[in-house]
Design a binder for this molecule. Structure first.
Ligand code: ZN
Length: 265
């Protein structure tokens, strides 16, 4: 049974009990209904508490055209297996390329995606990036790169599809492989079976630049414990078992592509 109230204290910050933002009519992010395990609940509340003093750029309600371009970017990213070009987004949405460029800038200001500084083309849209990260996600026959372990785990719930994830232990480099089942709702196989996730709370305005690089898989608790003290500065975050980490990924990414009409059912 879910605890009725959030129970988390993170570095003295008060918890944010069950807070969520309506990203489009009837669709709330994060989706607390995806959270059943106390550790997952604590991690999500800890993340939100750690960001409480910062402007919430990630999950405010979007204007309809921003939302259209955001979703088009994510659908095309998965369909193509790489970031779509502005011209692809214009064709998909029926908007003029110049208007798409303006909307992409606005979405970048909200840290929902990022553009290449020189070309102005899309280079990442959470959970995916053009950078060859250690987190490979197989989705519908395409291999994509996720920004972090939680992003990789959230892909299945976001696209309502099963995924196969291949990553590496951040400490020793050993391959870590896992699958999701039930359209991304549960963890299937995990190798090595004792693999865990470090969920880092650091945030300074861009997830890609702050917390993502430290949200990683580890082959064992022992290797997580060996890695942590060696990091520069004090890392605030939490250790999650794989099924707990999947719940956090589902809560954050599950709502992203949900239509308002689906949410009302
Ligand atoms: Zn290891």
């Amino acid at each position: 049974m879910r605890p009725k109230h959030s129970i988390v204290m993170s570095q003295g910050c008060p918890a944010v009990p069950d807070s969520a933002t309506e990203i489009r009519t009837g669709v709330f992010r994060p989706d607390w209904a995806a959270i059943g395990k106390p550790a997952a609940r604590q991690a999500l509340a800890g993340r939100m508490a750690a960001r409480a003093g910062l402007p919430d750029r990630w999950s405010r309600k979007l204007d309809p055209e921003q939302d259209l371009v955001w979703r088009a970017a994510l659908w095309l990213y998965a369909d193509l297996g790489h970031a779509p070009r502005t011209i692809d987004l214009a064709a998909k949405t029926g908007l003029a390329p110049a208007d798409v460029s303006v909307l992409l800038d606005e979405l970048e200001a909200r840290d929902l995606l990022a553009l290449d500084g020189e070309s102005g083309q899309l280079r990442l849209a959470y959970p995916f990036t053009q950078a060859k990260t250690e987190h490979q996600v197989e989705l519908n026959g395409r291999t994509l790169y996720a920004l972090c372990a939680i992003d990789a785990l959230g892909v299945g719930a976001m696209y309502r599809a099963d995924t196969a994830i291949q990553s590496r232990c951040r400490h020793c480099g050993q391959a870590i492989r896992l699958t999701t089942l039930g359209a991304g709702r549960t963890v299937g196989s995990v190798e090595p079976s004792g693999s865990v996730v470090w969920y880092d709370y650091a945030y300074d305005g861009s997830a890609a630049a702050s917390c993502c690089p430290s949200i990683a898989f580890f082959c064992s608790d022992a290797h997580l414990e060996q890695w942590r003290p060696a990091q520069i500065g004090h890392r605030t975050g939490t250790r999650l078992a794989m099924d707990e980490a999947l719940e956090v990924g589902r809560a954050i990414f599950g709502p992203v592509l949900v239509e308002s009409s689906d949410a009302e059912r």
